[in-house]
Design a protein around this ligand. Structure first.
Ligand SMILES: [Zn+2]
Length: 92
């Protein structure tokens, strides 16, 4: 049976993780003040889940920034258009 103190500790850890993830996202926007940065770094020393979240958040943001500079190819190439036209003509 889990005691009330254990439940409180678990709840406190989750609250800290919620705050830490908020700070991690805010840090990606370079908007942390000194106190927030210190809180985040201390939390990251002890929390593997938030360290992993930070790495993944950084990867996603890097990918998004890269896509803004090099947008995905969304159109058909001339070869693909020709192939598509052939298929349409053959089936019409
Ligand atoms: Zn955490």
């Amino acid at each position: 049976m889990i005691g009330i103190s254990v439940v409180r500790k678990i709840k406190a850890v989750f609250q800290h993780c919620e705050q830490a993830t908020f700070l991690i996202v805010k840090d990606e926007e370079h908007a942390l003040d000194r106190k927030e940065r210190l809180q985040m770094k201390i939390h990251l020393l002890f929390c593997n889940a938030c360290r992993r979240f930070r790495q993944q958040s950084h990867l996603i943001n890097s990918w998004i920034k890269q896509q803004q500079h090099e947008p995905l190819h969304t159109g058909l190439t001339a070869e693909e258009k020709e192939k598509l036209n052939r298929i349409i003509e053959e089936n019409s």
